[in-house]
Design a protein around this ligand. Structure first.
Ligand SMILES: O=P(O)(O)O[C@@H]1C[C@H](O)[C@@H](CO)O1
Ligand code: URA
Length: 320
């Protein structure tokens, strides 16, 4: 029988993880220490085959997003923005040995694709978090830069998530473990969200807001679309649902934020979700933007995060 464990399940509470003022990444698995080798299968990396501290020990910012091309473009963009002029064109995919995910590193920034949906990002996050732990990284911020459907806001707006919510507008992520349903909190770092919002104000013509993000398990029926292969509800029910979501504080819908917030929170990682909206779901279901507009919209979270990273590194003279 399935039952719900409280969100405050003690062994899973985020611990204080500072040591000498540094925030280390923690894994919460007693078995890991007993393993002779840890193979990060979907990243094609491992503790015996790769010197993870040498490869990744200086990582301070990890940016994740669904599409491999977008995450490569982001790495190339960051390479230029950080003034690391040489070698940008042939930036290499660290995970080239697998076609599950791609990963690029430029200076202290790691850019990784996670595919679509909760199961895909969750596998990547397990291996990423172990990677950061094995590499003894500290003070790492993880940011999801994605696309989403907006509710009641202009397409092209950037939403910085304060809380990720599920399809019932609850700030929780339910993970089935064995035959139990374990409920985990999906709060994100409010200070980081505010800091990102303040950064956005410095960019011209850059509509940005802070709001709740709803995470669903499907793009079509799961997001109340009328244009999937299956649809068993009316236009009125769709609008009623989306309006109730708006009333509950939801400003955009995507497919990864709850598990992302839950896993980063439990492992002591500062985390943010920044997604551009491609359409207003109160107006339509289909994404009919031209290629150029779509590309420009997808660059918006990247521009904001680039400015944030440059500010954190003391390189904040240019605003892109
Ligand atoms: O990071 P991306 O743009 O892939 O995030 C959203 C949520 C789904 O993964 C996908 C659906 O189109 O886009
Ligand atoms: O409507 C949208 C657009 C992008 N991504 C989503 O998950 N939903």
């Amino acid at each position: 029988m399935a039952y719900i464990l409280p969100a405050s399940n003690r062994s899973m509470r985020p611990d204080r993880n500072t040591y000498d003022g540094k925030r280390f990444v923690h894994v919460k698995n007693p078995y890991l220490d007993t393993m002779d080798e840890d193979i990060l299968y979907h990243l094609d990396l491992g503790t015996k085959t790769h010197n993870l501290p040498a490869m990744f020990g200086d990582v301070k910012f990890v940016c994740v997003g669904g599409s491999p091309n977008r995450m490569k473009a982001f790495a190339l963009f960051m390479h230029k923005e950080l003034g690391l002029a040489e070698g940008g064109e042939d930036i290499k995919d660290i995970c080239a040995g697998t076609d599950r995910y791609c990963m690029f590193k430029t200076g202290p920034v790691l850019s990784i694709s996670h595919g679509m949906g909760v199961p895909s990002i969750s596998i990547m996050l397990h291996e990423l978090i172990k990677l950061l732990h094995h590499a003894r990284c500290c003070d790492v911020t993880v940011i999801r830069i994605g696309t989403s459907g907006g509710i009641g806001i202009a397409p092209g707006s950037v939403v910085i998530t304060d809380t990720a919510v599920d399809s019932f507008f609850k700030p929780q992520f339910e993970q089935v473990i064995l035959d139990n349903v374990v409920t985990r909190s999906t709060e994100l770092d409010k200070e980081l969200a505010e800091e990102l919002f303040n950064c956005s104000k410095k960019i011209l013509n850059f509509p940005t807001l802070i709001g709740h993000t709803m995470c669903t398990y499907d793009f079509y029926e799961g997001q109340a679309r009328l244009d999937g292969a299956l649809c068993s509800f009316s236009r009125e029910s769709k609008l009623d649902y989306l309006k109730r979501a708006y009333k509950a504080g939801v400003r955009n819908i995507e497919m990864e934020s709850t598990v992302f917030a839950a896993m980063c929170g439990l492992c002591g990682l500062k985390a943010a979700v920044v997604c551009v909206t491609l359409l207003d779901r109160l107006d339509c279901d289909q994404i009919n933007l031209s290629h150029d507009v779509l590309v420009e919209y997808q660059q918006r979270p990247q521009r904001l995060i680039s400015n944030f990273i440059k500010k954190k590194l003391g390189l904040h003279d240019q605003i892109s």
